[in-house]
Design a binder for this molecule. Sequence first.
Ligand SMILES: C[S@@+](CC[C@H](N)C(=O)[O-])C[C@H]1O[C@@H](n2cnc3c(N)ncnc32)[C@H](O)[C@@H]1O
Length: 208
Amino acid sequence: MNKSKDNLPQNVKPRGFWGRIAVRVMAKGLRSIYKNVATVLDLHPEDDFLEIGFGSGIFMRSYASHVRSITGLDHSEDMVKLATKYNQERIDAGTAEFRQGEASQLPWENEKFSAAAAIATFILLPKPLDSLKEIHRVLRPGGRLVISVEWNAEDGVDYTKYIKKYRIRLYTGKEIQAMFQEAGFSESSITYSKGFKRHKIIIVRGVK
Ligand SMILES: C[S@@+](CC[C@H](N)C(=O)[O-])C[C@H]1O[C@@H](n2cnc3c(N)ncnc32)[C@H](O)[C@@H]1O
């Protein structure tokens, strides 16, 4: 897997032609996860929605077209361009904004959003707790965050070689819930769903 200038593999920072292909293929594989996340997130027309690590931006186009505003942050410049292309109508209408940046340093003011999600992204974050604290900061009281965790420490599978190759971090659902609590979320819950092959997917929902 070819690396970026900052030495990150394509799954962590997709870029260029192959990065664009990879996230589109990935989005097809993630369809059932998108659906489950959308169910747990339960977006309403009055929501101001934030997605961290949006990749192609297809989740927002498919599941957040009815909300008041969509906003996203991704550290890949190429993903910002791709998501902009997929959501151009909303950008033109002034109800969408995509920025390049790091999940642990969000460029928005406190309490700007009512809902947030990170799909297939949390296990890639180098500063997971700081990122959760930042998401918590920009959520309004009662705002919810939903994350999907595709590889986990509960499967009982030896993922050693993937940890290095794909730069992933493995957690149990309980470890993530403890991080949510430390970040300030007042409650959290877990839903499990079936993943690809032997994986099970953990979906964690927190409320500020
Ligand atoms: C595996 S892709 C998933 C993309 C998208 N959520 C989807 O469902 O197709 C992970 C995404 O998170 C972004 N990402 C990874 N680490 C990040 C970080 N520390 N800060 C911001 N974005 C990050 C990557 O650039 C990539 O677009």
